[in-house]
Design a protein around this ligand. Structure first.
Ligand SMILES: [Fe+2]
Length: 283
């Protein structure tokens, strides 16, 4: 599922940076990731700036509100608009979170964990298949962070994720920071966790910063990526043995665009160093 034009480290397209990005050629960012919810159906100035960038540069799309594991009926009008938007951007896939985000037609604006049960696997696989049938590009699911388990589980999170990916036959947007944060909060080894997963399904990575609040570590996307998470990204890329695109997420305490470009460049160097080792290994 990896496409050659999507390699290296990209950035999320944020409203705060639309102006400088729209005026900037040769910014060195190989691709952007955009949330369709922020672009579809909005006709204002930000919409025009975002569309100009999306028409100019490679883009991947990442949704927030489809509530893949939920029970609410699909918003078919939105999904039709989304499909048109995906085709316009030329994205090779569309990603969503493996979670639920709404109840009784109320969007909760949170990524909430599903119960890790066989029943939830069956339900979610069927929902993902329904959603995939309505989208014009392959769907990827992203592993989330969570801070409490919902109800009694009859399986572990890793087995739950693997069962949904395999059952629905979809790709994986692997967020390495989310694995790292869950590993801290729930006390497991992120490399052991990853080593038992179906890594052949990974089409894209996310990387981000997190923050500690007392005993709890929270995936805030509000700080620089720390070295152990960069190392986990490198370990994962080496294990994959192929150059899947990595997206640096930054949604809070958003710095000046130059600062974000410098962080992206630092991650790009780490990415390239790993790919050089992978190529040498294959040679
Ligand atoms: Fe993510």
């Amino acid at each position: 599922m990896t496409q050659d034009r999507f390699t290296g480290v990209g950035l999320g397209l944020r409203r705060a940076h639309l102006e400088p990005v729209s005026q900037m050629e040769g910014h060195g960012v190989p691709f952007w990731e955009t949330c369709p919810e922020n672009v579809v159906g909005d006709g204002g100035r930000h919409h025009r700036l975002a569309c100009a960038i999306l028409d100019r540069d490679p883009v991947l799309t990442h949704g927030l509100t489809l509530s893949v594991g939920g029970f609410d009926p699909w918003d078919e009008a939105y999904i039709r608009d989304l499909g048109r938007f995906l085709l316009r951007t030329g994205t090779p896939w569309h990603s969503e979170h493996l979670c639920f985000t709404g109840v009784d037609a109320n969007c909760l604006h949170e990524l909430l964990p599903l119960p890790f049960t066989r029943e939830a696997v069956r339900h979610t696989v069927s929902r993902v298949r329904e959603l995939q049938a309505q989208l014009p590009v392959p769907l990827l699911l992203e592993n989330i962070t969570y801070y409490a388990e919902l109800g009694a589980s009859d399986m572990e999170e890793a087995d739950f994720i693997a069962a949904v990916l395999e059952g629905a036959n979809v790709g994986w947007l692997l967020d390495v920071n989310n694995v790292y944060v869950n590993a801290l909060n729930f006390g497991f080894d992120p490399r052991e966790w990853l080593a038992r997963m179906p890594l052949d399904r990974v089409a894209q990575l996310h990387i981000a910063g997190h923050q500690a609040f007392g005993e709890l570590t929270v995936d805030t996307h509000g700080a620089e990526v720390i070295d152990p998470v960069v190392e986990l990204m490198q370990w994962t890329l080496a294990r994959l043995g192929r150059p899947v695109p990595v997206l640096l997420e930054r949604d809070n305490h958003i710095p000046d665009f130059d600062v974000l470009l410098a962080e992206r460049a630092r991650l790009q160097l780490a990415y390239e160093a790993t790919m050089t080792l992978v190529e040498a290994h294959h040679a």
